[in-house]
Design a protein around this ligand. Sequence first.
Ligand SMILES: Nc1ncnc2c1ncn2[C@@H]1O[C@H](COP(=O)(O)OP(=O)(O)OP(=O)(O)O)[C@@H](O)[C@H]1O
Length: 561
Amino acid sequence: MRPYIKQNKILFALTLFTSVIASLGYVFMAVLLQQLLDIAVERDIRQFLQIVVFSIAYFALLGMFLYLQSLLSKKVVCRIIYQIRSDMFRGTMARNMEDFYRKNTADYISVMTNDVKMLEENFLLPLFEVVQYTVIFISSFVLMICFDLIVTIFVTMAIAVMFLVPGLLGRSLEIRQNSFSSKLAAFTVSLKDILSGFEVIKSYSMKEYAAQRFDRENKETARSKYSVDRLLALNEGVSAFLSLMVQIVVFFLSAYFIITGRITVGTLLGMVQVSSNLANPLVMIFTNIPKMKSMQPIIEKLKETANFPAALSRKGVPASCQNCIYANELSFSYDGQKEVLSGVNCTIERGKKYVLVGKSGCGKSTLIKLLSGCYSTYRGEILYDNTELHRTDPDTVAQLSSTIHQNIYMFDESIYDNICLHEDYPGEMIKKATDESGLTEFLSGLPEGLQYQVGENGSNLSGGQKQRIAVARALIRSKPILILDEGTSAIDRQTAYDIENRLLKLQDLTLITVTHHLDEDLLKKYDKILYMENGCIKEEGAFESLISVPSRFAAYFQLKK
Ligand SMILES: Nc1ncnc2c1ncn2[C@@H]1O[C@H](COP(=O)(O)OP(=O)(O)OP(=O)(O)O)[C@@H](O)[C@H]1O
C-alpha cells in the first residue's frame, strides 16, 4: 500500500491533519463539559454566557473540520482505489496469452471488483479510523491524567485486558478472509460460466442444473462470509463489553471520589466523557487492526496482478521474418505431462502459402499458436530469421502476424470499430478490406452500414458475418503473415473459396491455413501441405507430389472427400 500512499502524499497528509484537529477538538469537549457543569453548580451567569459564546464558535469550527476530514478521507480512498484498479488492469494487459490463460478470466474480474472492494472496506477505511482513534485515545489519556491519576491507573488496568482478545483472533481472521476471497473468485468464475452458456442452458432445459450449481456456489460463498463475520462479531462483542467495563470503573471510582471530596461534579462528567473516548477508540482500533492484518493475502494477490510487467514481461530484440520462421525439434505440453507436439520440424518461408491438415486434436492449432509466439514453455527452437523466439520482443512478434480463429471475439461496438480496432485507416483501405473479405454485400443491406452495432460478442451477427469482419480486421493491418485457423469455416463455401483464393494470390503474404475442408482446387494452389498426426508433421509437400504416391495424406484426403 505504501507506493499508493506516497503517490497521494499531499492529500494523505491533509487528511491526517484534519483528522488530528477534528479528533483533538472532539476530546477537548470533555473540558468544556467539565467547565460548564462547574459553572452551573456555582450559578455564575456571566461565566455561563461566556462559555456559551465560546462553545458556539468551538462547535462551528469542529463541525467544519469533521466535514473536511470525512471528505478528504473519501477522496484519498477513491483515488487509491482508482490507481490500484488501473495498475491491475495494466498488469493484466501486460501478460502474454500463456500467462493470461493460466487463470480463468473471471478470476481477474473478481480481483478487480471483489478484492478491491474488500481492500477498501477492510484496509483503507479502517486505516483512517485507526489514525483518528489513536489521536483520540492518546489525547484522552493525557486529559484523564490531568483529571485524576488514580482513576487513570485503574482505567489503564482495565484496558490492558482489552489488548489480549484481538491478538488471539488475528491469525484465524486472516485465514478466513483469504478463504472468503477464493470463494468469491470461484463464485464469479461459476457465474460467468453459467451466464456464458445461457443459450445451451435454455435449449437443453438445463435450468435445474444451473440453479443447483448457482445455489451450491452461492451457499459456499455465504457460508465463507459468515465464517469471517462470526469471528468479527466475537471480536466486536468482546471489545464492546470491555469498553463498557472501563466506563463503569470510571463512573464508580469518580462517584466515590466526589463523596470523599477529591474531585468536583464537573470533573466526574469530564472523566466519564473522556473515558468513553478511551475505551471506544480502543474498541475501534482493536477491531480494525485484525481486519487490516487479515487483508495481507489479498494485498499480495493484488500486488501479483498489478506488478506483473515488472516481474515477468520480457524485452528482447525486435523480431523479423524477412526470410523464414523455422521450427526445430519443437515439443510442447499444456499441462507439463501430456505431450501435444513432439519433435516438429518445419520451415515457413516468407511469401509462401502453407496449409496444415490432419485429424481433429492432432495439434494443428497448437503448432500455429507456438509459431506466432503465444506460448513460451516449449522445448526445441522457434527461429524468426535466425533469432530464437525467447530472445525477441513479444510486441514485435505480435506485429508480424494476424490470426483468424474459428471463434472470433467481437467487441460490443460497431462493425467499423471491430475492423479498425480504434486505429485510423483511410476510407479506401477500409473499402478494400471489406471488399476482399466479402463483407460489402452484407454492409449494403444495413441502414447503419459500418456503424451497425454488433452486440455482446457479436450476438447481432451470424457466424459467417463475424468471420468476414475478422478477415477484414486482419487484412486492413497488412501484416506479413496471415494465419487462418479454420477462419472461414462458418462462411458459405463459395465466399470462403473466393476469400481464400484471393489471399493465395497476394504475393507478399505468408499464408498459413488450418482447415478440415479439403478443396482439391484450393489445395493445389498452396506451396506446401503439412500433414499432421499425433503431434508430428508426418508428411509435407505440394498437393500433386503427396497425392500421386500412396501416402498418409492421400488416404486422409480420400476419406475426407
Ligand atoms: N489450452 C489447452 N489446454 C490443454 N490442452 C489443450 C489446450 N488446447 C488444446 N489442448 C489439447 O491439445 C491437443 C491438440 O489440440 P489442437 O487444438 O492443437 O488440435 P487441432 O489439430 O487444432 O484440433 P482441431 O482440428 O479439432 O481444431 C488436443 O488433445 C487438445 O485437447
